[in-house]
Write a protein that binds this ligand. Structure first.
Ligand code: KG4
Ligand code: ZN
Length: 361
């Protein structure tokens, strides 16, 4: 990191391979230098969901070209990389293994430290690449294919991450994916529902708003009942031999999901007197979630931060962003024998033990 007498800002390479996207990104001092993603999504489409074996094999094939392209984008060789960060969980175990093995090899060969990063912390950090450092504290709504959580985040890499609420069953993205399948829409379902909803009436079908009653926990989510309600609605049309009014169904489903997500997120901002809401994860790409969040945040005087679309879905830049924060916080790197944790709970941004000064007691 030393060039002559000047100390150069460390450059961090981030690797993501927890699901069906192989991502490599390069970040230095909070600045995005490269962002490359290869997706095996098309190979899973005919199975209606991600097939773990196919995903792992695709990562193996994509790893090298994706990393090379990221280095080329940044105009760097491995000699210009000061640390490697990699998703070590949660995710598909075979897929995570490929990314971790590759990242270890790169770090070892380059003689630079390795950091194991929690995938969801990556989604949170993605926003910093567009909008700068996160204010302390902020409320973060993570909405992806596997997770739906409302978090109170202080210093992302130093402090423990406080869960205000999580989903008790399906994640919001999972709900979109499963309902899309019943509606006969292609995988992944979220973008397909978003497209189909464009010409629909969001008030056409009165889908339920789960756990939104006055006696319900204000920050806990549930999407399985909504998924079932949408499936039954589609079945009713099918049984009568009618076409499913897809646009109205999709718009109404999207409205229900966006309503519940944003209502709970803003209730958390009010309760904890937080002035910034960050919405991240694949479902943050949803047009209605974004629009309703904007509307409700503006009404409540809360600043809304949503990463640009390409940084919402899985990518390596978001993992590099966490690595960059860890390096700058002076966090301990992982040992080279660090392993994956496919079901890691989100407690800290780094998945390996990190001692002071990076982690406050
Ligand atoms: O964060 P992500 O890329 O991967 C996970 O970590 O899960 O999120 C993928 C999820 C999928 O469920 C996908 O259907 C959903 O994000 N998604 C969307 C949209 N784009 C992606 N859901 C609703 N509307 C979208 N435009
Ligand atoms: Zn993700």
């Amino acid at each position: 990191m030393r060039e002559g007498n000047a100390v150069r800002t460390p450059v961090v390479l981030g690797i993501e391979s927890s699901c069906d996207e192989t991502g490599a990104g390069i970040v230095s001092g909070g600045r995005l230098l490269a962002h490359v993603v290869a997706s095996s999504m098309d190979e899973h489409a005919r199975f209606g969901g991600v097939v773990p074996e196919i995903a792992a094999r695709a990562h193996l094939q994509a790893f090298d070209p994706v990393v090379r392209e990221a280095l080329a984008q940044a105009g760097l060789g491995m000699r210009g990389i000061d640390a490697v960060a990699v998703t070590t969980g949660p995710g598909l175990s075979g897929a995570l293994q490929v990314g971790l093995a590759g990242a270890k090899a790169l770090a070892y060969a380059a003689g630079v430290p390795l950091y194991g990063v929690h995938h969801l912390a990556g989604h949170v950090a993605a926003d910093t690449l567009e909008h700068g450092p996160l204010p302390d504290p902020c409320v973060v709504l993570i909405v992806s294919g596997g997770h739906t959580s409302l978090l109170l985040v202080r210093d992302l890499v130093r402090d423990p991450i406080l869960h205000l609420g999580d989903t008790v069953d399906d994640a919001a993205g999972e709900c979109f994916d499963k309902v899309a399948r019943v509606f006969g829409l292609p995988y992944p379902g979220g973008p397909a529902i978003d497209r189909a909803a464009r010409d629909g009436d969001p008030r056409a079908v009165a889908f339920p708003r789960p756990l939104s009653g006055s006696k319900d926990d204000p920050y806990t989510f549930s999407f399985s009942g909504l998924k079932t309600a949408a499936a039954r609605w589609a079945e009713r049309h099918r049984r009568r031999g009618e076409d499913i009014p897809l646009a109205d169904g999709a718009a109404s489903l999207q409205e229900a999901v966006a309503d519940v997500l944003t209502r709970k997120a803003l209730a958390a901002c009010r309760r904890y007197d937080v002035r910034t809401l960050v919405v991240v994860g694949g479902v943050a790409a949803n047009s209605r979630v974004r629009a309703l969040a904007e509307e409700r945040c503006a009404a409540a005087g809360v600043e809304l931060r949503v990463p640009p679309l390409t940084l919402c879905t899985d990518n390596g830049a978001m993992i590099a962003a966490v690595g960059d924060l860890l390096v700058r916080a002076g966090a301990d790197p992982a040992q080279l024998n660090v392993s994956i944790d496919p079901s890691a709970p989100l407690e800290y941004a780094a998945l390996h033990p990190v001692s002071a000064p990076a982690r406050a007691a």
